[in-house]
Design a protein around this ligand. Structure first.
Ligand SMILES: Nc1ncnc2c1ncn2[C@@H]1O[C@H](COP(=O)(O)OP(=O)(O)OP(=O)(O)O)[C@@H](O)[C@H]1O
Length: 516
């Protein structure tokens, strides 16, 4: 109880302090790339879950896409990249022929969330290594009928979570696109819509490739074809996930590796109140490693000492597509019992907050009357879990379906209960999620972007519980910083051009009125 008070007081004090200290940024601060943490403003933040109102930047992207332009959308966590992408996908699907639009992502989890497929399965190039000859990849595609059709028919290609796509893959795909389509334009003329934040998790590269990449190139933006792949590269700057300016600014500092020492001190102090969280199962624990996630979830489940009901995924579909289903968020098998902490992994009732990421507790099981057919193969006990969500709502959870799409065609389908155990989760899996309450030990974070991804999941400081924090674990790749500096300087050049045009028009208007 004492600890809880400490956290509440600390968070409140921090908010007061941070809002007092930070005045409304000037117009200069908003456009000058050299200004630290310029990119988010307090009046720009809004209450999460409220009605969608596209920001000017989001509107700019929507309009460019509607003109057929290729765009790269980036920005801090929670700036609405995914929401914007969903809107773009709806638009593209209305515009193009069947098989004209392919939605992909670098990870199965992100692909599933957008009802798409992984970039690898779209491309049909198999696993690639840094020394693979691009021509060999074209041959691989040519031996795969489905992949040939995809490359020839695609008119618009969406790629989400680009930060985890390597330069080698990006470059290879651009080459494959030109070769397969026989068109000598960049990407063979395909309209690209790419989204992601390079300050978040980087590409996973093999040891062999890592040696090459650390000397050479690693990130997709380092690919030789990157700049000519896009007509527009936009950094979204309005944060929607957090409405607290202090937290938004603290996160932006960590994202860029330019933290204010007082923010870091605040995070260190926050750790003092951690012991309570170890016993509070309603807080999702985030771990850098999968093995810790499995250990904690298993231990917690066993400690309840209740009868367990097992749900097994039922997969259908064509050959290798079926294999891809297991890389999505929903597991092959999930064991549940009364008292188990769970997270919904599907939007069931958006109006009542029963959305992907909502957490709750299994309070019992009900007979699956009328659902026997749907449960067949999934659960031998023929019962459905009843969950009390943290918002107070009770819901009997029925099996849901996840489809793997090849353009408009469903090529594989997984049926499973849309729940995962939620005492613990990996930082890799939570990238892209909004979580109400998070507990994490960041002293064991490794690699670039991990601290930022973990911290940026929450909506408010009250939702953040830290048991350890080590400032040396905030790692930012200088190549990424340079890339964002160059994006910002391009933006400020654009602003200057617009300002000059405005000045010119104003002078002309003044001259005209004097002449009159
Ligand atoms: N224009 C908008 N109006 C209202 N809410 C918005 C808007 N854009 C985004 N949001 C909300 O903000 C939250 C974060 O959005 P989203 O998940 O799309 O961000 P993101 O940039 O993809 O984050 P991450 O990098 O962590 O994946 C979501 O709850 C989303 O619904």
């Amino acid at each position: 109880m004492k600890v809880f008070n400490f956290k509440a007081v600390a968070a409140a004090a921090y908010r007061t302090f941070s809002s007092k200290r930070v005045a409304k940024p000037s117009a200069w601060a908003l456009t000058n790339p050299k200004t630290k943490n310029t990119n988010t403003t307090v009046e720009q933040c809004r209450t999460p879950m409220s009605k969608i109102e596209w920001s000017e930047e989001q509107k700019q992207v929507l309009s460019s896409v509607s003109e057929g332009k290729s765009v790269f959308i980036t920005g801090s966590a929670g700036t609405g990249k995914t929401l914007l992408l969903e809107e773009i996908i709806k638009f593209l699907n209305r515009l193009h022929t069947p098989y004209g639009v392919y939605v992909t992502a670098s990870t199965g989890v992100a692909a599933c969330a957008l009802k798409g497929q992984t970039l690898h399965s779209f491309a049909g190039i198999g696993i690639i290594f840094s020394d693979d000859d691009p021509q060999l990849l074209v041959e691989r595609v040519l031996s795969n009928q489905g992949a040939c059709r995809r490359w020839r028919k695609v008119e618009a290609l969406v790629i989400d979570e680009i930060s985890m796509v390597s330069a080698k893959l990006f470059e290879s795909l651009e080459f494959v696109a030109r070769e397969m389509r026989g068109v000598d334009e960049t990407w063979g003329g395909i309209q690209l819509v790419v989204s992601g934040d390079f300050f978040q998790l980087p590409p996973v590269v093999s040891n062999k490739d890592y040696c090459c990449s650390s000397q050479g190139v690693m990130y997709a933006f380092e690919a030789e074809c990157w700049n000519r792949s896009f007509d527009l590269q936009v950094e979204l700057t309005r944060v929607f996930r957090q409405s607290d300016y202090g937290l938004t600014r603290l996160l932006e500092g960590i994202r860029r590796g330019e933290s204010d020492p007082q923010d870091l001190e605040f995070l260190e102090n926050l750790c003092l109140g951690s012991s309570e969280c170890d016993h509070d199962p309603s807080i999702v624990q985030l771990f850098p490693l999968n093995k810790d996630v499995e250990r904690v979830n298993d231990e917690r489940l066993r400690s309840l000492q209740k009868d367990v009901v097992v749900y097994r995924a039922v997969d259908s579909g064509k050959g290798h597509w079926k294999g891809n289903l297991r890389y999505g968020i929903v597991p092959d098998e999930i064991s549940l019992c009364e008292g188990a902490r769970v997270m919904l992994v599907k939007n069931l009732d958006t109006e009542h907050g029963l959305v992907n990421g909502a957490t709750g507790v299994v309070v019992g099981f009900s007979w699956s009357l009328g659902e026997e057919e749907h449960l067949s193969g999934i659960c031998n006990d023929k019962v459905l879990p009843v969950v009390k969500f943290d918002g107070g709502k009770f819901l009997t959870i029925k099996p849901a379906k996840w489809h793997l799409m090849d353009g408009p065609e469903v090529v594989a389908c997984r049926k499973q209960i849309p729940l995962i155990l939620a005492w613990a989760m990996s930082i890799h899996k939570c990238q892209g999620m909004t979580l109400e309450r998070v507990h994490t030990d960041l002293s064991r974070a490794f690699g670039c972007g991990m601290v930022y991804v973990a911290l940026s999941r929450v909506r408010s400081l009250e939702g953040l519980h830290l048991s350890a924090f080590n400032r040396s674990k905030i790692k930012v790749d200088q190549r990424v910083s340079r890339f964002y500096r160059s994006l910002a300087s391009e933006k400020s050049k654009e602003v200057m051009v617009v300002d000059r045009r405005r000045e010119k028009v104003a002078t002309e208007v003044a001259v005209v009125s004097q002449e009159k």
